[in-house]
Design a protein around this ligand. Sequence first.
Ligand code: DX5
Ligand code: ZN
Length: 214
Amino acid sequence: MIKIAPSILSADFANLERDIQRIRTADYVHVDVMDGLFVPNITIGIPVVQSIRPTTALPLDVHLMIDRPVRYVKQFCEAGADIVTCHVESDTEENTHEALRIIHACGKRAGVVLKPGTGAEAALPFLKECDIVLIMTVEPGFGGQKFMADMMPKVAQLRAWIDEQNPACELEVDGGVDGQTCRACIDAGANVLVAGSAVYKATDIEAKIRELRG
Ligand code: DX5
Ligand code: ZN
């Protein structure tokens, strides 16, 4: 079954509770955390995760686009994140292992994220420790960008390695996923689709979530 993780980056921040209720037929709530250093944008942080936690029963899928996330993963877990993903480009290999270890020690699911310019093999040192691998299909930083179809071979490669090495691991894609591009992601082997603008711009959100499941 394909899971849908709407990104609240495209929600109305003055009405976050209402906009999280609107996606209750989805599988995860995708939370994009940006620090203005790792990416050229600043979004939401630990207090917001803590505030939205009681508003939904859905797992919070927290995508950290921050420098050296090992410094903050414990706080995000304690604030109520259920899944925490860290970019492999944001720290040393050793610190990324440490971040995954801390997330698991908090009893939460952990994963790594690859930017478009990062090769599939960058996920390999972490694959056995991951509950999820996230492949970016846009440059991280902003919602509403164009889907990069040339990332599909990378998704397919990760699917093959996950099936061999850690079949329980989920494979997520993020960026420019809509009613058209979802098909390529599913065909390449992704099982979790993040979608921000496609979901929140839809007049019928429930129907859009159904459509994205393929
Ligand atoms: C980009 C974020 C994405 C983004 C997706 O840095 O990680 O989650 O919000 O938005 P859309 O679906 O509009 O590309
Ligand atoms: Zn994201």
